[in-house]
Design a protein around this ligand. Structure first.
Ligand SMILES: [Fe+2]
Ligand SMILES: [Fe+2]
Length: 281
């Protein structure tokens, strides 16, 4: 039985700033790029999962696919609320979203189901090391910023960690060739990398307030210890190997903390108490 949970958080991003963390414009831009990328990517995955569900023969895998698709759909809707607020401030950003979504729609039209499932499994596999690193450095990255964006990202990242094995499980059931997934690496990361570059170019075009330093700097400029960055790179490399098992990925303690707070009925749409960011399980 799948343990994925659907959580609809009542996010509100009215008047949110593009640079939502003035102390860290680079990270602000990166998280905004997550929002713009996620909508197209998650729509693409939902289409792929719908197709996969038609050929899945194991009831447990089918249940996982349905819940996985539902979680991704809820994520996408929350990021749309964020985009809507940003488009209200910078109308040209609608084109950035439309172009990103169109890129994923074209990919869905031009490739087959095994490729779509490999794409989903490969990208999703990077999320536990990537988002786990962000979660473990949440104080340095989110503090001083808009607590609603911290809430959006930490919710999404915790649920990505929760369903870390779903896409791989579905891929293994429907496609089953663990080497095919690794063979698609170049194409998968080529597509998502090109899409990210278009989003960043769109930000540059439509949001003149972004400081040039944010365009110039990269992940290496983020306030994350070197050891965490090294572990992140190793984790991403491992996630793309044919023998990767997401069940064994390192899960940050905060996932349990976040989940516990949600289950206690706390408002997870705003994380404005630093202890919420800092506390460990
Ligand atoms: Fe997601
Ligand atoms: Fe996901």
């Amino acid at each position: 039985m799948s343990d994925l949970v659907l959580r609809r958080i009542p996010f509100n991003f009215d008047d949110v700033e593009f640079v939502w963390n003035p102390g860290n414009p680079t990270f602000s831009m990166m998280m905004n790029a997550v929002t713009f990328q996620a909508i197209g990517f998650e729509k693409y995955m939902c289409l792929a999962m719908r197709d996969a569900e038609a050929v899945i023969t194991d009831p447990a895998v089918l249940e996982e696919a349905r819940l996985f698709r539902a979680q991704e759909s809820v994520h996408s809707n929350a990021h749309r609320v964020h985009v809507k607020a940003l488009v209200g401030r910078y109308p040209g950003l609608q084109d950035v979203l439309d172009e990103s979504v169109a890129g994923f729609e074209a990919l869905y039209a031009s490739e087959d189901l095994p490729f779509h499932l490999a794409y989903a499994a490969n990208i999703e596999a990077t999320f536990t090391p990537l988002f786990g690193t962000i979660i473990e450095n949440r104080d340095a990255l989110f503090s001083g910023g808009d607590p609603r964006i911290a809430a959006l990202m930490l919710w999404h990242f915790c649920e990505e960690i929760e369903h870390r094995n779903s896409a791989l499980k579905i891929y293994n059931h429907v496609v089953g060739d663990r080497f095919y997934r690794t063979k698609q690496l170049k194409k998968v990361f080529g597509h998502i990398g090109a899409n990210a570059a278009k989003i960043n170019a769109g930000f540059r075009k439509h949001v003149p307030e972004i400081p040039e330093s944010a365009h110039q700097s990269a992940v290496k400029a983020l306030p994350i210890p070197f050891a965490h960055k090294a572990r992140l790179i190793l984790g991403i490399l491992e996630s793309q190997t044919p023998w990767h098992n997401a069940e064994k990925s390192r899960v940050p303690a905060y996932y349990k903390t976040w989940r516990g707070r949600y289950e206690q009925g706390q408002d997870m749409s705003v994380l404005n108490d630093l202890s919420l960011l800092a506390a460990h399980a």
